[in-house]
Design a protein around this ligand. Structure first.
Ligand code: ZN
Length: 315
């Protein structure tokens, strides 16, 4: 039996079930939240998140991976409260988003690792809730010097703990491949990495280049039609299944029950189906219509997430 850290305790990987591999209970700027009491209505957010998570549960979702890193406002108390009230298995992350934080400049990587590793070995924010996955991110500036450091830190955290890495990328400059390069230089087994946001791309050559190196890829932004519409995302997955890559694909929305990057009404206007229900309600039926079999759907929603978490052990 293999177990992993969930926010409410250990989870048997056999019990993960239908897993959304990249979501967020909330993305809220810590500095704004600490400075202005009205920036976040915490109780309203928790109520809304509990309702959303319960709705996913009613549709068969058994586990949610919350990939909110430290510098996007990860608050373990909120995540735990939602997990408890909605009775959902939630896995929390440690690691960093892609912004070139000024304090990343001078600190040695291994001294930073000493901080982040405690999230995995001891618990987050003074609780017993341990991180079960490592987030790393690269965006439009690509792998800058500071970003390289951030990726190296994730790689070393992974090798020290055996916890998998899951990333944010920008498909426009093919950063998934650049991330794999840095991880490989650090001795990471690329089969233990999920290269995220690959679902934003319909460039099959790019996706196959990542897949050829053994990583999982996240088809993980369903509902963000402004980046790539659902029907295109679906046809890319169907084609990759036809080409034999089913065992390397995982699904999700990258949805947030609350995100402070935009006023709420703007998010709803921009992406009305960007929630935890879109995959069970719309995407799975669309994949069936595109010729994806029940076994393939099960692989992408249940078996592959389990395999991501069952590759364990420091090395
Ligand atoms: Zn995300």
């Amino acid at each position: 039996m293999a177990t992993i850290s969930g926010v409410l305790g250990e989870i048997d990987t056999a019990e993960l079930g239908f897993t959304l591999m990249h979501e967020h209970i909330m993305v809220v700027n810590w500095a704004m939240r600490m400075s202005f009491a009205s920036w976040l209505d915490r109780d309203a957010l928790v109520d809304r998140a509990v309702a959303e998570v319960r709705a996913a549960k009613a549709r068969g979702v058994r586990s949610i991976v919350d990939l909110t890193p430290v510098n996007l406002g990860r608050d373990i108390h909120v995540i735990r409260e939602v997990a408890e009230r909605a009775e959902m298995q939630i896995v929390a992350a440690t690691g960093l988003y892609w912004m070139d934080e000024p304090w990343l400049q001078a600190w040695e990587i291994d001294r930073l690792v000493e901080y982040f590793v405690r999230d995995i070995t001891h618990g987050i924010q003074g609780t017993s809730a341990k991180a079960g996955i490592i987030k790393a991110a690269t965006d439009h500036p690509g792998v800058t010097d500071i970003n390289r450091k951030l990726l190296q830190m994730a790689a070393r955290l992974h090798r020290a703990t055996g916890v998998p890495i899951s990333t944010h990328t920008d498909v426009h400059n093919r950063t998934g491949l650049a991330q794999q390069d840095v991880f490989a230089e650090e001795g990471v087994d690329l089969a233990r990495v999920v290269i995220g946001h690959c679902g934003d791309s319909d460039d099959l050559a790019y996706l196959e280049a990542i897949l050829a190196r053994g990583s999982f890829i996240g088809m993980d932004r369903f509902g963000l039609d402004i980046l790539l519409p659902t029907d295109k995302r679906v046809s890319v997955i169907a084609e990759l299944c036809r080409r034999g890559y089913t065992s390397q694909l995982v699904l999700s929305h990258d949805a947030c029950c609350h995100i402070d990057w935009f006023p709420r009404e703007q998010v709803e206007m921009m992406a009305p189906r960007w929630n935890f229900r879109h995959i069970p309600d719309d995407v799975l039926p669309a994949l069936r219509r595109a010729g994806v079999s029940e076994d393939q759907l099960r692989a992408m929603t249940v078996d592959n997430p389990r395999r991501v978490f069952e590759r364990q052990g420091a090395y």
